[in-house]
Design a protein. Sequence first.
Lengths: 114, 111
Amino acid sequence: DARVTQTPRHKVTEMGQEVTMRCQPILGHNTVFWYRQTMMQGLELLAYFRNRAPLDDSGMPKDRFSAEMPDATLATLKIQPSEPRDSAVYFCASHDGLAGNEQFFGPGTRLTVL
Amino acid sequence: GESVGLHLPTLSVQEGDNSIINCAYSNSASDYFIWYKQESGKGPQFIIDIRSNMDKRQGQRVTVLLNKTVKHLSLQIAATQPGDSAVYFCAENGGNNRLAFGKGNQVVVIP
């Protein structure tokens, strides 16, 4: 049963600390999306990659956020330094790159920054 | 759960009744629309999609209607069940398979 996995599922940290969230896309999917979900803003696209190359990260605060794909099986989203306003659920989704096919979402990482 | 917002529009429906969830989209050039379901503590899950050259598509107990004239999308759930309780999001394809999501609608099924 192919699925997207994310770790950790929950993270509580203090303001100023570095946070790294990881995502393993479905094997064979070449497109990975990072979303942030909050009550106020809903689901926002932060960044996405195709074939490990960043295509768009315009939704991401550049000063503290960074996203990478070290290899085809791992995507990371890093926040340094973290702030309380970063508290949200962060979802990763993967896609097979074919037009019109669905994105498969991971279970999310719930981040709380104190 | 992660997805529930205190200010989400909420539809309360009796078990067995039909549900209709509405969504307005913004980009008249969007060619592909999707409905996702998000249960508490989980990521969004694909329900059904529709391309802009169609105005109706049916799945298992669900029907999506697309009205491009007024940029309106709806999801109909037949014979709503307790397991249908969730937040439902519409999304439009902004190009390159990027999705823009609506704010979501909470559906509460009353047994």
